[in-house]
Design a protein around this ligand. Structure first.
Ligand SMILES: *[C@@H]1O[C@H](CO)[C@@H](O)[C@H](O)[C@H]1NC(C)=O
Ligand SMILES: *[C@@H]1O[C@H](CO)[C@@H](O)[C@H](O)[C@H]1NC(C)=O
Ligand SMILES: *[C@@H]1O[C@H](CO)[C@@H](O)[C@H](O)[C@H]1NC(C)=O
Ligand SMILES: *[C@@H]1O[C@H](CO)[C@@H](O)[C@H](O)[C@H]1NC(C)=O
Ligand SMILES: *[C@@H]1O[C@H](CO)[C@@H](O)[C@H](O)[C@H]1NC(C)=O
Length: 781
């Protein structure tokens, strides 16, 4: 008669932990906002740098101005460029050009020529008596391409012809992004031949142009220089050999050729050199090499501790022969010409390659190197390094004859007993922000939860006779898996790696490094903890669903008879399905050899995020936890809504309203457990918050929520149960008047003989043998 009044409302008013949880979720969101604000506030840098009044965007480092490429001087006040210009003869226009670099005319070759997209001319900005001066522009032949130019390079060329070829090649390689493999091979071939001719032709100018070409080639994308590309590998090999030779040539006395990606310097060891030669490349604001950042000391006795040095090489020679000797240096901005098959790079980190060369007639004592790599992001730390040289016999890095120092906070050092192209191979590890150890409140919360669950299990098992075996079984399964989750959580969530010393490798053994990124050794314990948590949480959710569905069948009497082997089937689903999910996940992720595809390193729980901190779809969290969780929650919710409507509308004669309500309450409770547990564990990574206050808040929240789960079950399923209350009432009645039986209801139930001893779905909860019982509902008014 009263129609379908929403029972939902009635159920929600009940005072138990589920009410708390709404508040807790609110608190959680609030605390996260606070945490966000705190993180924002604390990340404001507080260090006050020494002022050095740098001009023109110079950066102050320890009281020294580091200028941009366009400025120089101790306050970056002096121009290091030639202003934009118009050539009087050709009326070609040029933009600003940095000293010792080339500029290209804004006017391009005519549209109907093969080189339509390239500039018509190039000119250099040179330093004469300390003043930047522009050179006369050199015109490009708009009809030649790199292939036809490569054919022109012959032995009997005049200097002018060579200059013309060199200039055209330089212009045609000025746009690195449109160069094909064929273009690179041709251009590198031309540059190599010009460099190897520089001695006989006395044409340092053509060689200087070739150096610019080579520098431009080093801007081409990394992929073009893959060691599998035989043409390019061969040509870069002869090119680097020619550069070594060129760096020692007599025509190139004490001259310095510096382009963005390549620096070549040579020196005749005259009377002045007594001990050794020190070549230093200072660090700038970017990765580009610049003439005024390359220094050479021809009378050095050792490496100098220069904090601004990025690379240093000290060549110690035997002094008796220095008079005739020559020494040359080549510094490569990156390692594109030295692509290893054995060392793989995952981090895009430019590796300098430095070549120190000594003419054959001088005896080398030793080579000492210092590398001060650019700052890598704080996400990684340097674990180890290797000092290597390029071995042309195997076309790969080799460590023979080199020794290394240890990784400490200072620069990295190498010693070698021969000269050639040297580099430093580095190995990084990720800098994990390990979760802080659990706070005491977490232990208290989980302890209470565990106690509540344990008492509930004991109570349920000891009073199992008073209700259906299937209900007890499902409910106890739910409690057991929740209890195990709590136990694993407090005993194993912290990654043991967090307590280990996160030091660097102490080894001074100079062995080749296979990859620039490696992970900390596998912690099997942590993976086990993550897998068990994954399993028991999934099991908990599955059991909440089974329990809700079971209750639904009981209440709505869909089946006259319970399904055969109900407990067996339910157990198959409840314990089996999560096992299958975990097994498949482990096989697909852990099987790949990287444990961090399955779990995270910060604490022992499923991997969810990529290094940028966003949800990674290839990690297991989404597919094997959030997705099953979502499905179960939706299922639970449908069951709940369905029940609410059905119970309300159907004229259920067997169950009185309070009985229904008790059922509904239990279903709602399992739903809320699933929701809150799901929320807690999906946002588990919030425990990583790198802020003491926020972490503490989260810790307390986790504790409150967790405690509520166990206590909620304890209150609703144990304290509020009929049997428990009857027992308590008996104890009570000996002390007080029996007035607590405010609402005592009686109803009878038909016991169908034909359905026999088998469980019948027409029977409900809480009784078996008696056909008459009384139910006291203390919590209802
Ligand atoms: C680069 O190579 C392509 C063929 O791969 C050729 O068509 C083009 O003319 C070359 N470009 C130059 C500037 O030589
Ligand atoms: C280079 O130096 C050597 C020895 O100091 C000298 O003989 C030679 O003429 C110089 N070459 C040039 C091009 O300056
Ligand atoms: C080279 O350095 C040594 C000591 O470091 C010094 O005695 C010598 O005079 C220097 N030679 C020249 C030519 O500067
Ligand atoms: C690199 O980091 C160190 C400390 O981490 C800092 O002192 C230094 O200034 C940084 N250098 C650059 C070039 O950012
Ligand atoms: C350099 O050292 C390696 C190994 O220590 C040795 O085999 C090699 O002969 C040495 N080379 C020179 C030129 O001394």
């Amino acid at each position: 008669e009263h129609g379908c009044q929403p029972l939902l409302l009635v159920v929600l008013i009940n005072v138990d932990c589920s009410k708390w949880e709404g508040m807790v979720s609110g608190l959680e969101i609030y605390s996260l906002i606070i945490a966000g604000i705190n993180i924002g506030l604390t990340s404001v840098p507080t260090i006050t740098p020494i002022p050095c009044n740098c001009q023109n965007n110079g950066t102050c480092r320890n009281g020294v101005c580091i200028c941009s490429d366009e400025w120089t001087g101790d306050k970056c006040q002096t121009a290091n460029f030639c202003n934009s210009s118009v050539d009087n003869n050709s009326s070609l226009t040029f933009d600003r050009i940095i000293v010792n670099r080339s500029g290209y005319s804004n006017e391009k070759c005519e549209a109907d020529t093969p080189n339509a997209h390239f500039s018509k001319a190039t000119r250099m900005c040179l330093l004469e008596d300390g003043m930047p001066v522009l050179s006369t522009p050199r015109m490009v032949n708009c009809n030649e391409n790199l292939d036809t130019l490569a054919e022109q390079v012959k032995d009997n060329m005049t200097v002018d012809q060579l200059l013309q070829v060199a200039t055209s090649t330089q212009v045609l390689t000025s746009q690195a992004d449109i160069l094909t493999t064929q273009n690179i091979t041709s251009a590198a071939g031309i540059a190599q031949q010009i460099l190897s001719k520089s001695e006989e032709l006395a044409s340092v100018k053509a060689a200087a142009i070739a150096v610019t070409t080579v520098s431009q080639l080093m801007d081409v994308h990394d992929d073009e220089f893959s060691p599998d590309n035989a043409d390019v590998s061969n040509v870069t090999k002869s090119l680097t050999k020619s550069l070594e030779k060129f760096s020692m040539e007599v025509n190139n006395n004490a001259s310095k050729l510096v382009q963005s990606n390549l620096a070549v310097q040579s020196l005749s060891l005259g009377q002045g050199v007594t001990q050794g030669v020190l070549f230093t490349a200072l660090r700038g604001l970017n990765d580009n090499l610049l003439g005024n950042r390359i220094e050479l000391n021809s009378n050095a006795s050792n490496l100098t501790e220069n904090t601004y040095a990025e690379v240093q090489i000290f060549i110690n020679v035997s002094t008796s022969q220095v008079d005739q000797g020559r020494v040359g240096f080549v510094l490569y901005q990156n390692d594109k010409f030295f692509k290893s098959k054995t060392h793989s790079s995952k981090m895009n980190f430019t590796k300098r390659v430095i070549s120190g060369n000594l003419a054959n007639n001088v005896t080398l004592n030793s080579v000492e190197l210092l590398f001060n790599p650019q700052n890598y992001s704080s996400e990684f730390y340097l674990y180890d390094y290797a000092c290597v040289f390029w071995d042309y016999n195997i076309d790969d890095w080799n460590t023979t004859g080199c020794t290394k120092g240890k990784v400490d906070n200072g620069p990295l050092r190498c010693w070698c007993n021969h000269t050639t192209n040297f580099a430093l191979l580095m190995n990084f590890r990720q800098n994990y922000k390990y979760a802080q150890p659990l706070e005491i409140v977490s232990y208290v919360g989980c302890g209470l939860s565990i106690a509540g669950l344990a008492l509930t299990i004991l109570f349920q098992v000891s009073t199992r006779k008073t209700r259906k075996t299937s209900i007890t079984w499902m409910f106890v399964s739910l409690c057991v898996s929740m209890l195990i989750v709590n136990v694993i959580f407090i005993s194993g969530i912290d990654n043991p790696n967090a307590k280990k010393d996160h030091g660097v490798s102490n080894s001074t053994e100079n062995t080749l490094i296979k990859s620039d990124l490696s992970s900390a050794p596998e912690e099997v314990w942590c993976t086990l903890v993550a897998a068990f948590l994954h399993y028991f949480l999934l099991a908990t959710f599955t059991w909440t669903a089974l329990y809700a569905v079971h209750m639904h069948f009981l209440l709505t009497k869909i089946f006259k008879q319970p399904p055969r082997h109900l407990i067996l089937k339910a157990s198959g689903i409840g314990w089996g399905v999560p096992a299958v999910v975990v097994a498949i996940t482990l096989g697909a992720t852990y099987g790949t050899g990287n444990p961090l595809n399955y779990r995270q390193e910060e604490f022992c729980w499923l991997a969810a995020l990529d290094p940028q901190g966003t949800l990674d779809l290839s990690k297991p969290m989404l597919w094997t936890f959030l997705l099953p969780l979502g499905i179960i929650l939706i299922l639970n919710f449908i069951v709940f809504v369905n029940l609410t409507v059905m119970v309300q509308c159907k004229n259920n004669k067997i169950l009185n309203s309070s009985k229904k309500q008790s059922y509904m309450k239990k279903v709602l409770s399992t739903l809320s457990i699933a929701v809150v547990l799901g929320l807690t564990w999906s946002t588990g990574y919030l425990m990583l918050i790198n802020n003491e206050g926020a972490r503490t808040v989260f810790s307390y929240l986790f504790c409150v929520i967790n405690t509520c789960q166990g206590l909620q079950i304890f209150i609703l399923f144990t304290i509020q149960s009929t049997v428990f209350q009857k027992k308590m009432a008996k104890i009570w009645s000996t002390f007080t008047l029996p007035e607590i039986y405010l609402h005592s209801q009686k109803f009878s139930l038909k016991w169908s003989k034909s359905e026999g001893i088998k469980e019948s779905y027409t029977q409900a909860d809480s009784f078996t043998s008696s056909t008459e019982f009384s139910s006291s509902i203390l919590y209802e008014t």
